[in-house]
Write a protein that binds this ligand. Structure first.
Ligand SMILES: [Zn+2]
Length: 104
């Protein structure tokens, strides 16, 4: 049985190809309905996807802020050492040469 569409968006539904009568596709097609065509649709609706992506983006922003703050504390601790500036310069150069470093 199909889930009711929310806000005018259809979840998993049959698309019948007008060019090939009798041919039809389940769109977008959730795994549950691949196994059992009578199963309830569990497709993520666009509004649900947006909520999920926003939550993921907020989580990534929190993790980035945390990493940046930790980096700041590490740099401050490093600068307390007698050769801290030289060590920090070396770390910056090393990071710049790291091929894993994403572009700015
Ligand atoms: Zn579905």
């Amino acid at each position: 049985m199909d889930r009711k569409p929310e806000r005018g968006v259809l979840p998993c539904h049959w698309y019948e190809n007008p060019d090939y009568p009798g041919e039809r596709f389940l769109v977008p097609c959730c795994p549950e309905r691949v196994q059992d065509l009578d199963a309830a649709c569990t497709c993520e609706l666009p509004v649900q996807e947006l909520e999920r992506l926003r939550a993921e983006a907020a989580d990534q922003e929190r993790r980035l802020r945390r990493a940046m703050l930790e980096r700041e504390h590490y740099a401050r601790a490093l600068l307390q050492l007698p050769d801290g500036h030289a060590l920090l310069d070396r770390a910056h150069r090393s990071a710049a040469d790291d091929p894993r470093m994403p572009p700015r």
